[in-house]
Design a protein around this ligand. Structure first.
Ligand code: NAD
Length: 498
């Protein structure tokens, strides 16, 4: 890799300029090698960003490490004020963010606007938490000393995010880390580097000091992470992405006992019981399945229907799915955008073949759309027998698979028959059933009569192979804080004489 230069470029998206360099130690840097950025709605390259490798990983880590002592000692109120200023500046750029996200990820403009609002909400949530981080004080068990528990920033953190929610993942992670007083090296997803650049550019303009936030793009994530994860100055890795890459990072983290947080894949079972409001279940299933063209970790992967409502649900679900318009996300009537890359489009086509081969009946869709870009029809399959072969396969595609069960027990058994444990959904009109079923679902999150549940106030995350730790909620910021116990000896017999 050639050395960085001080002539970083800019990309022009929907009339806006976005830095395309690497942001390290308070400056944007260009590199000789670049990574193309493609609009999945057209299949055409529209920009290129600088490409960092192992050397840049370590340069960014050095910057984060040098700034660490300064940033961790900023008074909470000062840090919170800076967050509030940055939040205001993010809000002022909301259209810019939505345009960039739609251009590089393909998601419909309305979904991009929704993602922006949620991301800004997370950032605000962390801003409000900064001045409220707590400690405890208590008497030591045998007396004679006091137990003080406080929290300290973990230290320089490596943040890795995926392309499917490019702003939400960056804001949710970096917001928590920075609020906790950690400095960060962010690695963008190469499909969506400009959203990350816009986010970091906004933080820089708000006044985050040099070295506190660093952003690197790379075409070689494996080499990049190997370099940074083998350096003992790194104290934390927070990753959102697929379970296989999460496993790899956990193995690397083991060598230096680096503190890990993992938000990994999911297999969202979506259960509709016999007493459910079917119209509501259909509406929520359409969003839960086809939002972001099915490319979501919390998407409905297996739709599990009680036999009593299966036919009605299926008819209505097909009818609603037929109404979805597929196309370029800038068209306001479009509700399903493209698949992210040609490679992923081919994978989605392969899934249709696997489903057909496994006895699934194609009820709707099933084909690549013959136009420029990477579009696939919203697709529905019905399986007449519970198929266990796909329980551990994250579809990540606009393909709905419907299964029928005869009892709540059978629904639960089938739903839990997966290595994943991120999100599950249950639709029922009975409160007791809702609680019992929710408690017996082996998942980190359960939506009751709703298909979307991300919220800054809620702990987002999974169990089993879906991850370790939580983002957001009251505890998310503590992923980036370590407990410190101070045992304070006192002589209880003195001090009261005066
Ligand atoms: P991915 O695992 O291929 O990539 C995620 C990120 O990891 C990208 O930035 C990528 O460049 C990077 N990466 C790839 N190989 C790496 C390596 N060897 N070392 C370090 N980094 C590496 O996943 P993806 O296709 O970008 O995203 C889809 C996956 O993300 C799905 O499995 C989805 O369920 C998951 N996801 C999970 C959540 C959650 O909160 N649990 C949210 C969104 C997406």
């Amino acid at each position: 890799m050639a050395p960085l230069n001080n002539t970083p470029g800019t990309a022009h998206v929907a009339g806006r300029s976005i830095p395309t360099g690497l942001y390290i130690d308070g400056s944007w840097w260009g590199s000789e090698q670049t990574i193309p950025v493609t609009n999945p709605a057209t299949g055409e390259q529209f920009a290129e960003v600088s490409d960092g490798g192992a050397a840049e990983a370590l340069t960014a880590l050095t910057a984060a490490n040098n700034a660490s002592d300064m940033w961790r000692h900023w008074a909470p109120r000062m840090r919170a004020d800076l967050f509030h200023k940055a939040h205001g500046m993010l809000m002022a750029r909301k259209d810019e963010f939505a345009d960039v996200m739609t251009t590089e990820s393909g998601k419909p403009r309305s979904e991009a606007a929704g993602e922006f609002a949620l991301s800004a909400g997370f950032f605000l949530w962390y801003a409000e938490q900064i001045a409220h981080l707590h400690g405890t004080y208590q008497h030591g068990s045998p007396g004679g000393y006091r137990v003080i528990e406080t929290h300290q920033p973990v230290g320089p953190s490596f943040l890795v995010t995926p392309w499917n929610f490019p702003l939400l993942m960056a804001a949710r992670k970096a917001g928590a880390a920075l609020a906790a007083g950690c400095t960060v090296v962010m690695k963008s997803a190469k499909e969506t580097p400009l959203t990350a650049a816009l986010f970091v550019d906004t933080l820089a303009q708000a006044g985050f000091p040099a070295g506190v936030v660093n952003l690197v793009h790379t075409s070689n994530s494996a080499e990049f992470s190997q370099a940074i994860m083998s350096d003992s100055r790194l104290k934390k890795v927070s990753f959102t992405g697929s379970s296989p890459v999460g496993t790899q990072l956990l193995k690397q983290a083991a060598d230096y006992i680096i503190n890990p947080s993992m938000e990994l894949g999911g297999d969202g079972p979506f259960i509709v019981l016999d007493d459910a409001d079917v119209d509501l279940a259909v509406r929520e299933a359409v969003v839960c399945k086809f939002r972001n063209a099915g490319q979501a970790c919390v998407a409905a992967n297996r739709i599990i229907l009680h036999r009593a409502i299966a036919e009605e649900f299926t008819e209505k679900f097909i009818a609603e799915t037929k109404k979805l318009k597929v196309g370029d996300g800038f068209d306001p009537d479009v509700s399903v955008g493209p698949i992210i890359t040609k490679r992923q489009l081919d994978r989605v086509g392969g899934l249709v073949e696997s489903f057909s081969g496994a006895g699934g009946t194609l009820l709707h869709g099933g084909s690549v759309i013959d136009r420029e870009g990477f579009f696939f029809e919203p697709t529905i399959f019905r399986f007449d027998q519970l198929d266990h072969a796909f329980c551990n396969d994250e579809l990540f595609a606009p393909i709905a698979a419907l299964y029928t069960v005869d009892s709540v027990e059978e629904a639960l058994r089938y739903a839990n028959d997966t290595n994943y444990g991120l999100s599950a959904y249950v639709f029922t009109a009975d409160l007791s059933r809702a609680v019992t079923v929710s408690e017996r679902l082996d998942f980190g999150m359960v939506g009751v009569n709703r298909g979307i549940m991300a919220d800054p106030a809620a702990p987002f995350g999974g169990i089993k192979e879906s991850g370790l730790g939580r983002e957001g909620g009251h505890d998310g910021v503590y992923e980036f804080l370590e407990r410190k116990y101070i045992a304070l000896t006192i002589n209880e017999t003195v001090g009261l004489e005066g």
